[in-house]
Design a protein around this ligand. Structure first.
Ligand SMILES: *Cc1c(COP(=O)(O)O)cnc(C)c1O
Length: 390
């Protein structure tokens, strides 16, 4: 439960897939780099060198967790930028080398990937969108069948932001490797719950966003395997080995690395904590509210995600009433809620527009309590009954 200024007396935040609150320990680690070490890491003097040293140390910390080397990390201004850099950067570099102009992604990707693929389509690329089954999973055989001699990149997400469904990334990556095709994964939702060891995942590129694991907003990274061709998308100075220009966000980089280290250290606890609360919520709703269902595979999903459908009701109406009781959930992704289009993810899983429009995402986090879940289980059933006119 959080204590923030609101019209409601109690706030239960169950929208951790949209963003998380900065961990106070992360804030404490960042603070000196706002106030005491203002140097530009490119400067020769001691204040600049201190900033550079801190960034080097942060990069080393990130490498320990991803199992990669320092030159394989590019710090970015968030997850969307990392996805854009991976997909445009590799696709355009490959095209320039005459390798082809076909890319493969899936129908359930985050818009940072889908819209980037669509942009590439406008500039002459061909894009294949892989389907998913009713559980939200990409079929490895569909990937095998889609790869062509002119395929230059495959981008498939590690875990979905709406349903939490986890793709078999290592298996999909192995298929790409056999065919000599570069493989990117958007791992933004996976951080904190799943392994990020890039060699085990068989990935060439991997995106992260700090604010999804209790780090600062506007801070992300792209892992890029040594030797992978990349055309920079922000030109200017020589930062990040000339692959992403602009003065480094020193506090942001320190914050990302600290948040990633803390997330790795508490991963076993976090997975258990979230799964316990998520299961209480899920079983509670499914048993107390008639005509409800879980969207996405029951087992192969992030431990903190319950995406629940409510037959015959518009999710926006539920959200508004929940909000009046201080409960923060989401319909679809944060980026598209507010728009009335049904979720492209649920539609791709074969749900009707009505069923997709009646689905809500609850995502618990490290500070969620059993008390919070009990409050939701008290509050939600009468809201649904009222909306159904019972
Ligand atoms: C949040 C999210 C992004 C975008 O990250 P930003 O840091 O908000 O730009 C991309 N992909 C997935 C799966 C996400 O959940």
């Amino acid at each position: 439960m959080m204590n923030i200024a609101t019209t409601s007396q109690r706030v239960v935040y169950l929208d951790h897939a949209a963003t998380t609150a900065l961990d106070p320990a992360v804030f404490a680690a960042m603070q000196p780099y706002f106030l005491e070490v203002p140097g530009n890491p490119s400067s020769i003097h001691q204040i600049g060198r201190s900033a550079l040293q801190a960034i080097d140390d942060a990069r080393e910390e990130v490498c320990t967790i991803l199992g990669c080397s320092r030159r394989e990390i590019i710090f970015t201004g968030g997850g969307s930028e990392a996805d854009n850099l991976a997909i445009k950067g590799v696709a355009l570099a490959q095209q320039q080398r005459g390798k082809g102009s076909h890319i493969i992604t899936s129908a359930i990707e985050h818009h940072a990937v889908l819209d980037t693929a669509e942009y590439l389509q406008h500039v002459g690329f061909e894009v294949t969108l892989l389907p998913v089954d009713q559980h939200g999973l990409v079929q490895p055989d569909d990937l095998r069948a889609a790869i062509r001699p002119d395929t230059v990149l495959v981008s498939l997400m590690y875990a979905n932001n709406e349903t939490g469904v986890i793709q078999p990334i290592a298996e999909l990556g192995a298929i790409c490797r056999v065919h000599g095709v570069l493989f990117h994964t958007d791992a933004v939702q996976a951080a904190g719950s799943l392994s990020l060891t890039v060699d085990d995942l068989n990935v060439d590129l991997l995106s992260l966003a700090a604010h999804k694991f209790y780090g600062p907003k506007g801070m992300g990274l792209l892992y890029i395997r040594r030797g992978t061709p990349l055309l920079p998308q922000i030109n200017g100075g020589g930062q990040e080995r000339r692959r992403r220009a602009g003065t480094e966000n020193t506090p942001g980089i320190i914050g990302l690395a600290t948040a990633l280290r803390l997330a790795a250290a508490r991963r076993a606890w976090y997975v258990q904590h979230c799964a316990t609360l998520r299961d209480q919520l899920l079983e509670g709703v499914l048993t107390r509210v008639p005509q409800t269902w879980l969207n996405g595979d029951r087992e192969r999903r992030l431990p903190n995600n319950a995406n629940i459908g409510f037959a015959g009701i518009d999710a926006e109406s539920i959200l508004l009433l929940l909000d009046q009781h201080g409960i923060c959930a989401s319909s679809g992704s944060a980026c598209t809620s507010g728009s009335l289009d049904p979720s492209h993810v649920l539609l791709a899983m074969g749900r009707s527009p009505e069923d997709a429009g009646g689905s809500l995402r609850f995502t618990v986090g490290k500070d969620t309590t059993a008390d919070d879940i009990a409050y939701v289980l008290e509050t939600l059933p009468p809201i649904i009954a009222m909306l159904r006119g019972a």
